[in-house]
Each structure stands twice: as C-alpha cells, then as structure tokens.
Design a protein around this ligand. Structure first.
Ligand code: UDP
Length: 329
C-alpha cells in the first residue's frame, strides 16, 4: 500500500516525503504536485512523481486507479497571508475548490485516511496564550478562513463518506532538512526567516519589520517557530494514528514559545555573523499580534515530540540550506 503526498514538491511536503522514506525505506511514497510553487528537484528520488493538479478530477481518478493508496497527506494549497488578502477568490478556488475535488476522488476510490495541513491562522487574534485547539476560531485573514473552511468540510464529509481525517494546525514552519539537501524556496519569498537570511546571502539590503506598534514586548509580532522536520514527523504520526483507528481530530503543532520579529532577526544575526539592517514598515493586513501554540494534545494523543526545538537550531538549519542554495533548487 502507498502513501500519497499531495503537494509533496513544496516546502513542508518535501520534508515529509524525506521523513517517510527515512523512517521506512521500504514504504511506497507517491507525490502529486502541479509544480506551480513546488520544485521537481525537491521530490525525493525514491518517490514516484505525478505532475498533477488537484482540480483535475480525471487525473486524480487515474492515479487512484493505478496506485494502491492507503492514505493521503495533503499540502497542496496557496499559503501566504498577505497574498490571500489581495486575492481572496484565488484562495477559495485553490484551497477549498482543489481540496473538494481531492476528497471527491478519494471517496470514489474508497481511500479513507487524510492528514490535512491547516494553520494557526484559523484562530485569528487569540483570546488565550498558549492557544488550545478548542479556543475560538475567528480568522483575521483569508488564508486562515479557507483552511478553516476545509476543516469544516472534512468534518461534514467524514460521516457521509466514511473519511477519517487529522487536521494539523501549524504555527510558523521554518528551518531545513538536516542533510542540507532540501529547504524552503518560495518565489517571491515572503516568510520571515528566509527573508532575513537573504540579507547575509547578498540578496537584499535589509528587512522591513511589518509593524512595531503591536501590544507585545518590543512592539513586533510574536510567533511560535517550529522546525519543518518536526512538522513532517507529526504527519507520519497522524497517519499512523488514523490507521490504528484514531478518531478524526485537529491538533496544534508548535514549540509553545513565542519570539518577536526582532528576536528572530537577532538570532539570525548571531547565526550568520552578519549585520541585518532593519526598517520599520506598516503593519501587514491580516496579521494577529501573537500566535503561540499549546501542543499538549499532539504530544499526548499522537506521541509527538519536537526534536529541533531551539530557535537557534531552526535558523542554523535554514542558514545551512540558504547559504549553499542562494538561488534555490
Ligand atoms: N514579517 C516581517 N517582515 C517580513 C516578513 C514577515 O516583519 O519581511 C513578519 C510578519 O508580519 C509576521 C511574522 O514576521 O508578524 C511572520 O510572518 P511570516 O510571513 O513568516 O509567517 P505568518 O505568521 O504570516 O504565517
């Protein structure tokens, strides 16, 4: 039986494929990706690759007819907060529309298990820190809204189509595979850690800090940074949980420690031994002031335990990747 990783050529997807094959070199991993933002070279050489768009029902049906897929790990989505505010309809079409087609094809092929990549952005401005899974979900940006809509769709589809799902609400994914073989590549890059590392790489003169007037200790936004390999491990545990009869559920994934934008820049300065000039820019639409996870549920129910839980290690692995791949793959 095979595991299908949809969006397996992207950042978190490619790291999950590596983790799957590292943990069980004999497992069959299939990657489906339309390469719109993913990279063919990020796909592990031992994975079977389908260049496929999840809006294409016929292509999905053919894949499910050809392969014995037991479970799906689904990463294929548009994932930038700022862009989602400018192109909300694109986000609905891609994140909700694409996933609907994928679930229809899974139901038709009798594929029962799906691990879905959700986000801390479903919470919006949190009422409690750290955030727990049962806290209110009131997204402040369209990206989070579409992910929440998919979570709700999964809950409705579960009963009707006998689907079992786990939705993993990631906080801020960062870092790169310890081997240095794969890492984060977006074009254009908008995420804080890779943007900051473009400075020592000579790709930009400095970093704009989006808002210095938030109610946080230094006025900049607080986020919970979590290593991409720790996220990858959680997907594998979630799939095992479903295969063992676990009930459908949602889990937060973070380290439970928040860092301000300025603190991240300081860590990057130390790791790279390079100056990082900073300018203040207006707030970015849709950004909550603070997002920090309680991941107690994932630890208790899934047995998840992050291995790379220091921000320095996270930035070091990211820097190892960016230093050696300044132009990406
Ligand atoms: N950020 C920033 N400058 C940048 C990129 C990001 O100040 O060039 C801030 C952003 O406003 C947010 C935090 O860094 O508060 C993390 O943003 P990112 O896009 O990495 O992740 P998000 O929290 O949106 O998922």
């Amino acid at each position: 039986m095979a595991i299908l990783v949809v969006g397996g050529a992207g950042y978190i997807g490619s790291h999950t494929v590596y983790a799957l094959l590292e943990q069980d070199p004999n497992c069959t991993v299939i990657v489906a990706d339309n390469l719109s933002t993913g990279h063919r070279r990020a796909v592990h050489p031992k994975a079977k690759f389908y260049e496929l768009d999840i809006h294409n029902r016929a292509a999905l049906d053919e894949l499910f007819a050809q392969e014995q897929v037991e479970g799906v790990i689904h990463f294929a989505a548009s994932s930038q907060v700022g862009e989602s505010m400018e192109k909300p309809l694109e986000y609905y079409a891609n994140n909700l529309g694409g996933t609907t087609t994928l679930l229809q094809a899974m139901a038709a092929a009798d594929v029962r298990h799906i691990v879905f990549s959700s986000t801390a952005a479903v919470y919006g401005e949190p009422q409690n820190i750290p955030i727990r899974e049962d806290d209110p979900t009131i997204p402040t940006n369209c990206y989070g809204e579409t992910k929440l809509a998919v979570e709700r769709m999964l809950a409705w589809a579960k009963g009707a189509h006998d689907l079992n799902y786990v939705a993993l609400r990631y906080f801020n994914a960062a870092g790169a595979h310890i081997s240095g073989e794969i890492g984060e590549v977006h074009n254009p890059e908008t995420h804080l850690v890779p943007v900051v590392l473009q400075v020592p790489n000579g790709k930009r003169p400095g970093v704009s800090v989006f808002g210095e007037d938030y109610p946080t200790k230094d006025g900049t936004c607080v986020r919970d940074y979590i290593h991409v390999t720790d996220l990858a491990d959680a997907h594998i545990l979630a799939l095992k949980y479903l295969r063992n009869g676990g009930t459908s559920d949602v889990f937060n994934l973070g380290n439970g420690v928040g860092f301000t934008v300025k603190e991240v820049i300081e860590v990057a300065k130390d790791v790279t031994a390079h100056e990082i000039p900073v300018t203040t820019a207006p707030r970015r639409a849709g950004d909550p002031a603070q997002l920090v996870a309680s991941s107690e549920k994932a630890r208790t129910v899934l047995g998840w335990k992050p291995c790379y839980d220091s921000l320095t290690t996270i930035v070091e692995t990211a820097w190892q990747w960016h230093r050696t791949h300044p132009d990406g793959f």
